[in-house]
Design a protein around this ligand. Sequence first.
Ligand code: RB5
Length: 151
Amino acid sequence: MKISLGADHGAYELKEAVKKHLEEQNIEVADFGCFSKESVDYPKYAYLAAKAVADGECDFGVICCTTGLGVSMAANKVKGVRAAVCTNEMLAEMTRRHNNANVICMGQNVVSQELAFSMVDIFLSTEFEGGRHERRVNLLTDIEDGKELTV
Ligand code: RB5
């Protein structure tokens, strides 16, 4: 398993901590930055880390900013990416089970490092349930492809 990592200056420390946490478990990471606390633009780093997932270079992504919100918006604009902001363990589990999320977004000012590690571990070890959820996830792709949905 290979995990893409991305963060802006607001979550540089959280990204570094998650990187160490994953490497301690012998999980390979691809770190797309940023690489210091110097102010940067979060869409660029979210894009790079999300694109690595969309391109199949990485299996999942962990992308962080101060809140988790901006990077999730950027990541979700990359075709094939389903990014979810998670603030507790239930969300990390459910977004894998029901949404087949392939990117977890977190905010350094929102979650503790311990909670972030736990959410990442749950996210990476939970399987997509498929079934009726597959149909719904496929509808997300239809939206992405510009199809008009009707009820
Ligand atoms: C940077 O100040 C902050 O706006 C960013 O980290 C992120 O939270 C944006 O959504």
